[in-house]
Design a protein around this ligand. Structure first.
Ligand code: ZN
Length: 285
């Protein structure tokens, strides 16, 4: 039984503010360890629940998506990391042979208040990302892509806001709330050591439940996908000329781009592309 674990950083135990998850933060090095330990707790729980194979994929977009302390990762799993992966950016390892998806250290969608470091893909660039008019976050991208492949989401760890948002998509998913968000950069946190115990126990229950067929893949969204990305600041000339050259991107206004995609593999790639399309000549996504 193969288990896919996506690990992000904003929802990791004890982390609350942007410098906690940015290379320049005073605790970044320690926090990479906290991220690794939360991931390891999920890996251990997954194996205890009956996994025979665990793939961990990094989702945190700093340092070219290489943030886990690779030499401290549980020896039983594999890790997908680095920028420029094929497929849907940070879901390269998510295939139809996975039995369940566990989202570790994930965060609430853009526009959530409270919600620790709430954003969708690009905090600097995107004010809001909607799909068919409904605001979505990164867990939605994962749940929809997994659903296309027939794989359910069985767990999330993070704050209470992302937990609630994942429950909208997968009502029976295990939610391990490691911190209670008080705003976008303040939370009432469990000690990471305690949080890891809960993550391991939650992952074990989730994998066991997946083996019993408890979770259903999320398939509630019509295709083709139509995303509206509201930008935080009006687009520059480089972005305008990049987007004008690409048929899947429509400039609705200076602050709004519409993106269409036949599936979430391309959908995630295309929306992520908008995060760096403000540089001249960037036409590959
Ligand atoms: Zn992140």
């Amino acid at each position: 039984m193969k288990v896919f674990i996506s690990v992000d950083m904003e929802g990791i135990s004890g982390l609350v503010r942007w410098p906690d998850v940015s290379s320049h933060g005073i605790d970044f090095k320690r926090n990479r360890r906290l991220m690794t330990l939360d991931a390891n707790a999920a890996v251990a729980g997954a194996f205890a629940g009956g996994a025979t194979e665990v793939v961990v994929e990094e989702n945190h977009g700093v340092e070219d998506v290489c943030v886990l302390l690779i030499d401290e990762v549980d020896a039983r799993c594999r890790v997908i990391r680095g920028a420029g992966r094929g497929g849907s950016t940070t879901m390269a390892g998510l295939k139809s042979d996975c039995a369940v998806v566990l989202l570790i250290g994930h965060h609430a969608r853009a526009g959530s208040r409270p919600g620790i470091m709430a954003h969708t893909i690009s905090w600097e660039g995107f004010r809001l990302v909607s799909l068919h008019g409904q605001p979505i976050g990164e867990p939605d991208f994962f749940a929809i892509r997994a659903g296309e492949l027939g794989v359910p989401v069985g767990m999330v760890s993070g704050d209470q806001v992302v937990a609630e948002q994942v429950r909208e998509l997968s009502p029976l998913a295990e939610c391990v709330i490691v911190k209670h968000a008080l705003s976008n950069q303040a939370a009432d946190c469990l000690a990471p050591a305690r949080a890891r115990e809960l993550i391991a126990a939650g992952a074990e229950r989730a994998v066991r439940a997946a083996r019993n067929g408890t979770f259903k893949p999320y398939r509630a969204v019509a295709t083709p996908y139509v995303f509206d990305v509201a930008l935080k600041s009006p687009m520059n000339d480089a972005m305008r000329s990049n987007l004008n050259a690409l048929k899947d991107f429509e400039i609705v206004s200076e602050g709004l781009v519409r993106v269409t995609a036949p599936d979430m593999d391309l959908g995630f790639r295309r929306v992520a592309y908008l995060g760096y399309a403000n540089r001249p000549g960037v036409l590959k996504y």
